[in-house]
Design a binder for this molecule. Structure first.
Ligand code: DOR
Ligand code: ZN
Length: 451
């Protein structure tokens, strides 16, 4: 009996090597890897000559906005954007409305996602003072992990007290599940925000002053200390500051089970980009900072201090991003559709290798959250989540053509070399040449096999 599919003629990329080879896929999984002659015959063959074959990217930090903010994104538009961008699994944040803070809310979000998604997904449950007794239940209901907003100005997802955080870490250490932390110091953000507003500041610089680096340095350190004390595994979201890096290195040197992500906007942008896109438009939490952070963050990504590339895909409508008073300007940008090509462009420029990209975008997130080796790898037995990449393809990012509802991107107009051109999820092609080609409902929730 022929198998479903063979992808032949491409260069297979893992974190360690690039090898010429073919991949055999049956029943949604990789069943053999080798030369075409050695593989079983297949009903369909995809010719990948001249292309690189990567595991699909796993983005552990997206905001797909449903339920509650459908005008910014839906699971349909968000997963379409992700599929086009070469992302095959996303983890969605709990700051929806209602927040994902109960067993029922987890189930509701999984149902919405399941009906619309064209790629696989996980949802985070919220760590809050009123959810401490629900953490295990939310996992049992299908949440992939939990999110802690240590830095929060949103009353729907308030920062718990340190006492509650410590208790949450004790619980999660027992459960063996890594949680993701927005590491900023809430009292610092609140105090400074209040003072800046009272003094009449409405400019973009006030946002940077509010989110002073030490707010994140302190919260990263506190997270590491609590994790070390309790044995909890933690993941630091969206690292933005070079000043955090020595503290992360110190924690890792002590053996704290800490993983760290950064995002393209911290690797490529500084406040200088305000002149191009608008100072207020650049607003994101934590902020894109003054020049001097991108290079140290790249160094940290290359030396393993930073483990993971995510996007913090946080779409808002262009008009929500272009308000004149900084406090009214919606924070964040879409990212899932543009991240891979931006990071591949740095491969073309020689800053890093495509193997490094696969480590940071595919293997490391899968390992951190217990999906490895079923996700993030091209090994036999893995889900056939695969991206065909043309590393030579030159193209331009056009924000208005992105598939997100909130398609206000600071990377509008960027020229990149390297493009995902075909994305498969469990063996099914979900996007080709910039367009989604799959009906909603193909995406499935992911589960931990280890953590
Ligand atoms: O800039 C941000 N936007 N930071 C966050 O923490 C939340 C996000 C959003 O949901 O818009
Ligand atoms: Zn976020």
């Amino acid at each position: 009996m022929p198998i479903d599919l063979v992808i032949d003629g491409g260069k297979l990329v893992s974190p360690d090597a690039i090898v010429d080879g073919a991949i055999a896929i049956d029943g949604g999984q990789i069943v053999a890897v080798g030369t075409l002659a050695g593989l079983p015959s297949a009903r369909q063959t995809i010719d990948a000559k001249g292309l690189h074959v990567l595991p699909g990217a796993i983005d552990v930090h997206v905001h797909f906005r449903q339920p509650g903010y459908d005008h910014k994104e839906t699971w349909s538009s968000g997963t379409a954007a992700a599929a086009v961008g070469g992302v095959t699994t996303v983890f969605d944040m709990p700051n929806t409305n209602p927040p994902t803070a109960t067993v029922e809310a987890v189930k509701e979000k999984l149902a919405i996602a399941g009906a619309q998604a064209i790629i696989d997904f996980g949802v985070y449950g919220l760590i809050g003072e009123h959810t401490l007794d629900k953490l295990e239940g939310m996992l049992a209901a299908g949440a992939i992990s939990h999110k802690l907003y240590m830095g929060s100005e949103n009353p729907l997802v308030p920062c718990p007290s340190d006492g509650a955080i410590l208790e949450a870490f004790e619980t999660l250490a027992r459960l063996g599940v890594r949680c993701t932390v927005h590491a900023e110091n809430t009292p610092v953000l609140q105090w400074r925000g209040h003072q800046l507003m009272r003094s009449g500041r409405t400019d973009a610089g006030a946002h940077i002053e509010q989110h002073t680096d030490v707010a994140t340095v302190e919260a990263v350190s506190r997270t590491a200390i609590f994790a070390e004390w309790t044995g909890a595994k933690v993941h630091i979201a969206h690292e933005s500051s070079r000043h955090s890096l020595p503290h992360i290195r110190f924690a890792k040197s002590r053996g704290v089970d800490l993983t760290v992500e950064t995002c393209p906007h911290y690797l490529f942008l500084s406040t200088d980009d305000g002149a191009r896109v608008g100072d207020n438009f650049l607003r994101v939490k934590p902020p894109v900072r003054e020049p001097g952070h991108c290079e140290p963050l790249w160094t940290a990504l290359l030396d393993g201090t930073i483990d993971i590339i995510s996007t913090d895909h946080a779409p808002h409508l262009p008009e929500e991003k272009r308000r004149g008073v900084i406090w009214d300007c919606a924070p964040g940008f879409p990212g899932v559709e543009t991240s891979m090509r931006l990071m591949l462009n740095e491969v073309a420029r020689g800053r890093w290798q495509i193997t490094d990209y696969v480590r940071a975008a595919c293997a490391a997130p899968a390992k951190a959250f217990g999906l490895w080796p079923r996700k993030g790898s091209l090994e036999i037995g893995a889900d056939a989540d695969i991206v065909l990449v043309d590393t030579q393809r030159r193209s331009q990012i056009t924000a208005a053509k992105l598939h997100s509802r909130g398609n206000a991107s600071p990377f509008d107009g960027y020229e990149t070399v390297g493009l995902p051109i075909r994305t498969l999820v469990r063996g099914k092609t979900v996007a080709v040449d910039g367009s989604p080609v799959c009906e909603g409902g193909w995406g499935k929730p992911v589960t931990r096999s280890s953590s």
